[in-house]
Design a protein around this ligand. Sequence first.
Ligand code: IPE
Ligand code: IPE
Ligand code: MG
Length: 243
Amino acid sequence: MENKIIKVPNHLAVIMDGNGRWAKKRNKNRVYGHTKGIIAVRKIVEESVRLEIKYLTLYAFSTENWNRPEKEITILMQLLLKSLKNEFKKFIKNKIKLNVIGNISLLPKSVKEELSHVLKKTSENNQLVLTLALSYSGREEIQSAMKKICAKVKNNIIPIEKIDQSTINEHLYTENLPDVDLLIRTSGEKRISNFLLWQIAYAELYFSEVLWPDFNEKNLHEAILNYQKRERRFGKTSDQMLK
Ligand code: IPE
Ligand code: IPE
Ligand code: MG
């Protein structure tokens, strides 16, 4: 690597896309792509630990993905369960704290049980917060936050005039996470697909042509180096940022 990684994003979010197309290119079924996708997940998690990224959020399964063929969903859930079991030791070794966002109640019981086990056992870890977005929809998250806030207003717990942006933050699934700094989407698609709508308000977006199973440490470095060259102005002028 020519350039050194100096300042990494505090919160990196990734839309891991392209498993199906990766498999299709090899005349294999989509499941083969998902299996290979897990190897890429492992690489990126380990490299994030090495780079001392503090928050990594991975879009693994969207609410809309429930509309896929039942067979694919079943296998995705089996792969998820197997990965949670396989990776557990590494979470402990690397001090990774697992976190989950999404409508978890819809997941199979076996997955829910394993998740709750891993969440509990890693809750004290502090090297990296690894958040998995599972059965996740950004709009649904905002809807659910609204319901929680309305219930508190109704029960006189929050006065209406006290509702501000931090109130909304605190009622999202991501209540304990900072805003996203860098959002990467692989596979050449240039859309957000209902991911972290509120939290990416000022994120830098990076679209890679690489299909997720091929995405590796080098591709991650390229994305971060690209991010480092950008000037995040947050509405101010370039001159103001120099002061
Ligand atoms: C991303 O890859 C993984 C999930 C959405 C679960 P896809 O399965 O969407 O792969 P493509 O987009 O069909 O290539
Ligand atoms: C988004 O990818 C969801 C995940 C990566 C888990 P999709 O492949 O489902 O998104 P669309 O349907 O192409 O927008
Ligand atoms: Mg896709």
